[in-house]
Ligand binder design. Structure first.
Ligand code: FDA
Length: 443
């Protein structure tokens, strides 16, 4: 037994930190839980539109990105969605499934915070909040934390301060800094589950679509070989890039939302976690319907225009504006290089053309573009708009059962600070619960 007053100090009283503290304290360990925030667990509070999408029934390692995709396996197996549901049942919290296994609170996310707080209190966790940790030092029998509430000594230290997303809520790089201080490698952090942005000039024709949403199939590819891409920043489609296409690295059937400066919505957030600067994304704007066959078949149906025909399966604003924009690439920008001349010619002036007067060849070219709209984002909307940070403490540095550093025994890292990033849909909280429970059991 350590001579330090605490067996465990957990820094960060968010999802993973509270779970770690509660599990460890209920095993009889003396636990202190430290957080610099005035209000407890703000990210849980605002999550899921205030109802917290706290897990996903289908959670498995397949929905997590990491340099080592197997790392999360053992924690998820040891503490799955069913375990968290048992906890909620024990506290009388009810929930509902919204979409594809995503579970939300019936009332508010506050009930999740209260469950975790009560679990901490049941184990006698000592709270230091708000409390700022100025420095962390290694001592012979543990760690010394210099805080604005005086020094705190503990035999073991758990870093649970989450990621960099939403700095306006107090997100910091604390865990990454302390991990670096003890020699742990960091996988470069990036905003993830975040809207994608485009060059303002390139995007102008599509900006009028802000607010339009539809279900699409999105895929992400590695940047195409040299000579076949127009470079970052294009909002135009490329026939050439399509021919050099390799199998998609990731694919999602989800809603897309047009914004004034780019694209958002669940599908884009999902694909953003896979996207790297310079990579194209590919959007099928009409999944499940062969638009070429549909347009050609509709030719016999009377006097409607091409735009009106598209509006039968799309929002009318999208049909008119997208068709217009796709047929008139902006001058001089990187996007022009992406358009094979035939493509541009084939799409211009189509919007107002009567379907019956449009040659099949042009309708099929349009359909090809609709099913394979290829875009080169210039960047993301950044941490201010991101739901999570991807990257973090390299999983090679940690034991997957205890989340303990191999290099610095006694130091553990849990939650979003670890290089394990879930898809949209409750997976990130599931990782917070699972990594926290694994660590709490192993301390
Ligand atoms: P978390 O961020 O929960 O907690 C970190 C704690 O550390 C905070 O309490 C913070 O105050 C504290 N801290 C930070 N720096 C510190 C320092 N220097 N000193 C002391 N304390 C410090 N996921 C999901 O699965 N379903 C969902 O519905 C959503 N929705 C969602 C909406 C929005 C807007 C965001 C931004 C994020 C989500 N997420 C989500 C992601 C989810 O919130 C996130 O992955 C988890 O909260 C991560 O849990 P952690 O415990 O690792 O960090």
């Amino acid at each position: 037994m350590s001579r330090a007053p605490f067996d465990v100090a957990v820094i960060g009283a968010g999802a993973a930190g509270m779970m770690t503290a509660a599990v460890a304290a209920q095993r009889g360990l003396r636990v202190v839980l430290i957080d610099h925030a005035e209000r407890l667990a703000e990210k849980i509070r605002i999550s899921g539109g205030g109802r917290c999408n706290f897990t996903n029934l289908g959670a498995s390692p397949a929905q997590f990105l990491s340099r080592n995709p197997d790392f999360c396996r053992s924690a998820l197996r040891a503490y799955g969605p069913g375990d968290f549901l048992d906890l909620l049942r024990a506290h009388g919290v009810s929930w509902h499934e919204k979409h594809r296994g995503q579970l939300f609170c019936d009332d508010s996310s506050e009930s999740i915070i209260q469950v975790l707080r009560r679990e901490c209190d049941a184990g006698g966790v000592q709270w230091r909040m708000p409390c700022t940790v100025q420095a962390v030092a290694r001592e012979t029998d543990g760690f010394r934390l210099d805080t604005d509430a005086g020094p705190i000594r503990a035999a073991r230290l758990v870093l649970a301060t989450g990621g960099l997303a939403i700095p306006q809520l107090g997100a910091t790089d604390f865990s990454l800094r302390i991990a670096r201080q003890f020699g742990l490698r960091i996988i470069e952090p990036r905003p993830a589950l975040v809207p994608l942005m485009f060059d303002a000039d390139q995007w102008r024709p599509y900006a009028a679509l802000a607010g339009v949403s539809l279900e699409v199939r999105l895929s992400h590819e590695d940047a195409a070989p040299q000579g076949s891409t127009p470079g970052a920043g294009s909002a135009a489609s490329s026939g050439r890039a399509k021919r050099s296409r390799r199998p998609p690295r990731a694919e999602f059937l989800e809603d897309l939302l047009f914004t004034h400066r780019g694209l958002s919505g669940p599908g884009i957030l999902q694909i953003s976690s896979h996207w790297r600067p310079g990579d194209p994304i590919r959007i099928d704007l009409s999944p499940g319907l062969d638009m070429g066959d549909a347009l050609v078949a509709a030719k016999s149906g009377g006097r409607q225009t091409v735009a009106a025909a598209l509006a039968q399966s799309w929002p009318r604003r999208l049909a008119e504006t997208w068709l217009e924009a796709a047929g008139h690439p902006t001058d001089g920008g990187a996007g022009d290089a992406a358009l094979a001349p035939m493509d541009a010619q084939d799409l211009s002036g189509l919007a107002g053309l009567r379907l019956a007067d449009a040659p099949d060849r042009r309708l099929r070219a349009l359909a090809e573009r609709i099913h394979g709209w290829t875009l080169w984002p210039t960047g993301t909307a950044g941490y201010k708009k991101a739901e999570v940070m991807s990257g973090g403490v390299d999983t090679d540095e940690l034991d997957q059962r205890s989340l303990e550093s191999r290099r610095c025994p006694g130091l553990h890292v849990v939650g979003e600070a670890v290089d394990v990033t879930g898809w949209l849909g409750g997976y990130n909280f599931q990782w917070a619960w699972a990594s926290g429970a694994a660590c709490g059991r192993a301390l």
